[in-house]
Design a protein around this ligand. Structure first.
Ligand code: PLP
Length: 296
């Protein structure tokens, strides 16, 4: 099944992505009562498959959901979606929704949790020019939903804060945003974690954001490079003073930020440390220990 836009799995069946539809009464749709994980395939290999499945399970447990499939079965479903597309570079989504509410009740415990998955062509959060020249980032006026309200370590579709912040960015001739908390620390942007570099030391927020696998990979690369990398509260002012800023996500890896709140960062070109980490990030995709080969 070489589908033009991708292949999906639901209710025990594989189908062209365009044919995969969610029942309107699924609480995943009605209430954002759903969790998910996003993975990628590079040159025919899934990057950090086991880590993604472990994290997906933790998200499900956090929302008191479960699926009958074992980790191995889940992995095989994702790989089969990719295999059926034939793509060597792909983006994979795996979702678990609360499921359809039985008639006459609002009790979420009575729903049968549903698995959805799909593979589509590889996806970048930034276009080619943005990847080359760097993102233009603003500090959003919209705050991130605080961790006291929603544990952001559980991957979720409560995206309206992230989405509305993007409108703010576009209104201000920018291409990316970072969202603060009420205490003046920053969290993350729409679909990515953020790192800053100041005086040779990296820092990334440790509260109110999703714990990205790309973020984890960056911390491992930093350790190899003997660059100190601090996971700690990062104040909004620190971004103004940073030497380099970059974003980190499965949807495209590392992207430099070259402009922040109306001013170029440094000489306005992607920074050398960002570039080094970006190169090593893709080098990690050749490491057999981190990549699962797909037999097409
Ligand atoms: N933060 C949010 C809100 C995300 O949606 C994502 C992306 O998937 C990330 C951070 C980065 O996580 P990862 O590196 O695992 O893709």
């Amino acid at each position: 099944m070489a589908a033009a836009q991708g292949v999906a799995y639901m209710d025990g069946r594989y189908m062209p992505l365009a044919e995969a539809t969610i029942p309107i009464l699924d609480r995943g749709f009605m209430r954002s009562d759903i969790t998910y994980d996003a993975l990628h395939v590079w040159k025919g290999r899934v990057f950090r498959l086991a880590d993604h499945i472990t994290r997906f399970r933790a998200s499900m447990a956090g929302l008191r959901m479960s699926l009958p499939q074992t980790d191995a079965e889940l992995g095989e479903i994702l790989i089969e979606c990719v295999r059926r597309t034939g793509y060597r570079d792909a983006f994979i989504m795996v979702m678990c929704s609360r499921g359809v509410q039985p008639p006459g009740t609002r009790d979420p415990r009575l729903c049968r949790n549903r698995l959805y998955a799909y593979a589509q062509p590889f996806l970048y959060i930034a276009n080619e020019e943005q990847r080359r020249e760097g993102l233009r980032m603003i500090l959003s006026k919209t705050q991130r939903i605080p961790p006291e309200a929603l544990d952001q370590r559980i991957k979720n579709f409560h995206w309206l804060d992230l989405t509305m912040s993007l409108f703010e960015a576009y209104d201000r001739d920018a291409t990316a945003t970072i969202l603060p908390l009420a205490d003046g620390t920053v969290t993350e942007g729409p679909g990515f974690n953020v790192f800053i570099l100041k005086n040779g030391v990296l820092a990334t927020p440790d509260r109110g954001m999703f714990e990205g696998i790309t973020r984890r990979t960056v911390t491992e690369i930093a350790a190899d490079l003997q660059i100190r990398c601090e996971l700690r509260p990062v104040r909004a002012e620190e971004l103004t003073e940073a030497d380099e800023i970059f974003t980190a996500t499965t949807a495209g890896g590392i992207t430099p930020v070259t402009w922040y709140e109306g001013k170029p960062l440094g000489d306005g070109r992607p920074g050398p440390v960002t570039q080094r980490i970006l190169d090593l990030y893709w080098k990690r995709h050749e490491d057999d220990a981190l990549n699962t080969a797909i037999e097409y």
